[in-house]
Design a protein around this ligand. Sequence first.
Ligand SMILES: C[S@@+](CC[C@H](N)C(=O)[O-])C[C@H]1O[C@@H](n2cnc3c(N)ncnc32)[C@H](O)[C@@H]1O
Length: 315
Amino acid sequence: MQVEHSSVLLERCVTLLTPSIEKSQTPIVVDATLGLGGHSFALLEKFPQLRIVGLDRDLKAIDKATQRLSKFSDRITVIHAVYDEMPKVLDSLGISNVDGILFDLGVSSMQLDNSERGFSYSQSAPLDMRMDQSQGLSAQEVLDTYSRNDLVRVIREYGEERFASRIVDNIITARESGRLKTTTDLADIVKESIPAPARRVGGNPAKRTFQALRIEVNQELSVLERAIPRAMDRLNVGGRLVVMSFQSLEDKIVKRYFTAATESKTPLGLPVEIASLAAKFHLVFRGSEKASDVEIHENSRAQSVRLRAIERVAS
Ligand SMILES: C[S@@+](CC[C@H](N)C(=O)[O-])C[C@H]1O[C@@H](n2cnc3c(N)ncnc32)[C@H](O)[C@@H]1O
């Protein structure tokens, strides 16, 4: 089982969560993005007293992780949920606060490698892109039903794509004539829409449009906006929140919440800190960390990771 090898910054995440886990007699960690269970596996193996609540919105991930973690079945509770539902999930389990929370954002290698899911632009497949295939609009439905303005907004904002208008004009022509049905149809439309000189830089030109649609289909940014403060709220004093983002829009959200939570609200110019206005969180390290060159060489998914961590220091 190669779980350990595909999990990004595995040892670093375990190290960051270790002080919070070791502080408690009965530690609990939430793995908000269980995926294939790589991080949870390593944590459960290292800490025999640890209990994990693992969430994933993808039923296939839930199945795989449940199998992979079966030897720890008495210490892990696997739940099909979107991570902004964490408070509701914890309440239903009778858990008030936890000692660590881990977010490993984005899609898993299993989702990317499984071409029928529609996340990959390199193999022809239906345009689905839903992490939870049991509900919500697929990418095909978004492409077929959104107005021109909405599609331009999605592709420009979430894909940071400067040729969004041209791409959408071609999407609309193709959808009207029934020529937009697969991931490769979409990838070809994007390629044709981007001027040749711009196509030569920055990797596959379809990457940004696919990212944008995936974010829209799964409402990734609005869910993350709700999830981070909710997660912070459920940490014990001494508990840590560790987040790995894989694109700048996610990382900006995490950074904004972490910065606000670690700043004192005592008005500038007052000679002493007002205890009730002191920051309730500290940064575990300044800024964000990247993966090492060695890890990036072994696992290309580690290329874009940005890791941030905060610790609760007051209730
Ligand atoms: C990068 S993978 C996690 C990999 C995992 N840490 C491991 O080591 O195997 C991200 C997982 O998070 C899930 N996910 C993404 N957004 C989610 C959300 N809003 N709520 C719950 N799960 C989510 C995806 O379905 C995917 O399985």
